[in-house]
Design a protein. Structure first.
Lengths: 245, 357
């Protein structure tokens, strides 16, 4: 479904993503982990079109999307959430999902009107459990609900691939578990392929089938959670060269 | 069938050429106040010729003020829409006004084009100049865009003095056909006012409908966060170019009105900062980025200046700025905010979901 080949992104002298090649198959749930500053979010930004790569190629469902704008990528079926929720704070929860429906490919294909788009947005709000909060302004919502709203907004674009960027950051363990269950449910109901960037290893290790580990802009491990957790390179990246017990 | 109208509960779906669908939310419960406002706006000026003599301001001067208020309102509404749709603050709206004015003046004087044709030409030329400058909305942000647009009137100012043979420098271009010439001065003033009012109302109606449509929702997102807009499928670049181009064209219409109202056009007078300040203040004082506020603010700004003039004379502009500063300080949400506070509405009508107990 998604093939990233030899992707490089530099910021001045720093190579944030260094010759990364990844292949993700349809229906997979892939965890993307790594220490802070390892290039996970930059990789997400490159795939979603936020950043343009210095070199390399991104192919999605056989289409080269390397030079396509973010809005074109959304219409092809790539959606994302943000590490720090980026919602329009002056708009209601309903409006925040409605504009994602309006921007989706389906809106044009079905020649929907704004009211129909708003009705569809209600459906996505209901799925994540925010239907009752539809008329609240985003600036009045707590972080947990903002995270759910981000998921609803991403779903509203009718995605095939969804990239979830640290959706559990700042949540308590109960909320984090709820979000993890929701992501799993969404995957089954919408037949999604998911790339899940996360720091909460406890949850990611039991929720995904495959884990990619990044460090200093490179993929240093690729395998099942069990394989990766025993990989010495990964342990070294997280813990350092020496471990004093 | 070219147009097919499909009534639905609370809205009309308009099918155009079987290809496009437009939705018009019909809300009669909200019609009363806009209808009252429109009726007052249309009817009150009819009383101006009946004003008693001996007042500090005469009927023709007042009609000219009302006409100017409409001219500023047209540009202010276009400017407000431009600010919402591009997320950029244009400091050169008067540049496009003058482009429209010179287009109308030159085509009428040199080629004998009628005001109806120069109207189209003024819109088209200002829009084309806007289109040529529209990449600025994509490549520059914030203060840089503001500074670039601030330079545009200065360039035109120099150009006007450089090519005196074409633009006439401070003298301008005299001998332009009047908008109307019935022989009766008062009727001419009234008709000119109503032409400007009709254009203002048409722009107000169209912009209001646009802002309540899906485009309005998309403009709102672009205005708040372009990156988010692009991340959720909104074609940010296309929308910004289209909005900037069309609103620049609308600003050109203000210039067309000025040229054909006065029968001469001196761009140097309209390129001065006061027109920019009037347009910007109309938007801000009326209510930040609200279309109704822009129209209301224009009337407030222009009428305050002209009504102060008989009392304070030469320092009218200074007195106006003092009044406006006080109003900005006392009304942070603008004039429209006073009304809006009592009737809070959002881009999309609130949808109520009824659930059985």
């Amino acid at each position: 479904m998604l093939q990233v080949s030899n992707l490089v992104k530099r910021f001045g002298g720093i190579v944030a993503v260094n010759d990364v090649s990844v292949k993700i198959d349809k229906g997979e749930v892939v965890g993307l982990i790594g220490p802070n500053g390892s290039g996970k979010t930059t990789l997400i930004n490159l795939v979603s079109g936020f950043y343009k790569p210095d070199s390399g190629r991104i192919v999605f469902e056989g289409i080269d999307i390397t030079k396509k704008d973010p809005d074109e990528r959304v219409k092809l079926g790539i959606a994302r959430t943000f590490q720090v929720p980026r919602l329009i704070s002056n708009m209601t929860a309903l409006q925040n999902v409605t504009y994602a429906v309006v921007g989706s490919r389906r809106f044009k294909e079905r020649k929907m009107t704004l009211s129909e788009a708003a009705m569809e947005a209600l459906y996505y709000l209901d799925i994540v459990g925010l239907l009752r909060k539809r008329d609240l302004l985003c600036r009045d919502l707590p972080l947990y609900e903002l995270r759910l709203l981000e998921l609803a907004r991403a779903l509203a674009t009718n995605p095939k691939l969804i990239m979830v960027d640290e959706v559990m950051a700042g949540l308590n363990p109960v909320e984090a578990d709820n979000v993890a269950k929701l992501v799993q449910r969404l995957r089954e109901e919408f037949k999604l392929t998911i790339v899940w960037v996360e720091h909460v290893l406890r949850i990611i290790m039991r929720s995904v089938e495959r884990v990619l580990v990044m460090n200093e802009g490179k993929i240093i491990a690729d395998g099942t959670p069990r394989e990766v957790s025993k990989d010495l390179t990964v342990i070294k990246a997280y813990m350092g060269e020496e471990v004093v017990v | 069938m070219v147009i097919k109208v499909e009534p639905r509960r609370g809205r009309l779906i308009i099918h155009l050429l079987g290809k496009w669908r437009f939705e018009w939310t019909v809300e009669p419960r909200y019609w009363r106040n806009p209808l009252i406002a429109a009726a007052l706006w249309i009817c009150l000026p009819l009383l101006v010729p009946l004003m008693p003599r001996g007042l500090p301001i005469g009927p023709t001067a007042l009609l000219t003020s009302l006409f100017m208020a409409n001219v500023v309102a047209i540009s202010a509404m276009a400017h407000a829409l431009q600010t919402i749709g591009t997320g950029r603050l244009n400091f050169g709206p008067h540049f496009f006004v003058v482009v429209g004015g010179y287009t109308a003046a030159l085509l009428n004087k040199n080629y004998g084009l009628s005001p109806a044709l120069t109207f189209l030409a003024a819109f088209a030329v200002a829009a084309l100049v806007g289109l040529a400058l529209s990449p600025l909305t994509i490549i520059s942000r914030g203060i840089y865009f503001t500074l670039i647009t601030m330079i545009l009137p200065l360039i035109l100012y120099e150009l006007v003095f450089w090519r005196v043979d074409i633009f006439g420098a401070e003298t301008g271009i005299p001998g332009i056909s009047r908008l109307v010439s019935t022989g009766d001065v008062m009727s001419d003033y009234l008709i000119c006012f109503y032409v400007s009012l009709a254009i203002s109302l048409a722009i107000l109606f169209v912009v209001d409908k646009v802002l309540r449509s899906r485009l309005g929702l998309m403009f709102g997102v672009i205005n708040e966060d372009e990156d988010v807009a692009a991340s959720f499928g909104i074609e940010v670049k296309k929308i910004k170019v289209a909005v900037f181009t069309l609103t620049c064209g609308v600003m050109g219409i203000s210039g067309w009105l000025i040229a054909h109202y006065y029968g001469s056009f001196a761009g140097t007078m309209w390129l001065e900062p006061w027109l920019l300040i009037f347009i910007l203040l109309s938007s801000v004082l009326g209510g930040k980025a609200t279309i109704y506020g822009a129209a209301l603010g224009s009337y407030f700004v222009v009428l305050t200046r002209d009504l102060l003039r008989p009392f304070v004379g030469e320092v009218a502009l200074l007195a106006l700025y003092v009044v406006l500063l006080a109003a900005l300080y006392l009304l942070p949400e603008g004039l429209w905010g006073i009304y809006r506070k009592t009737r809070y509405r959002e881009y999309v009508p609130t949808i109520r979901v009824r659930r059985r107990a």
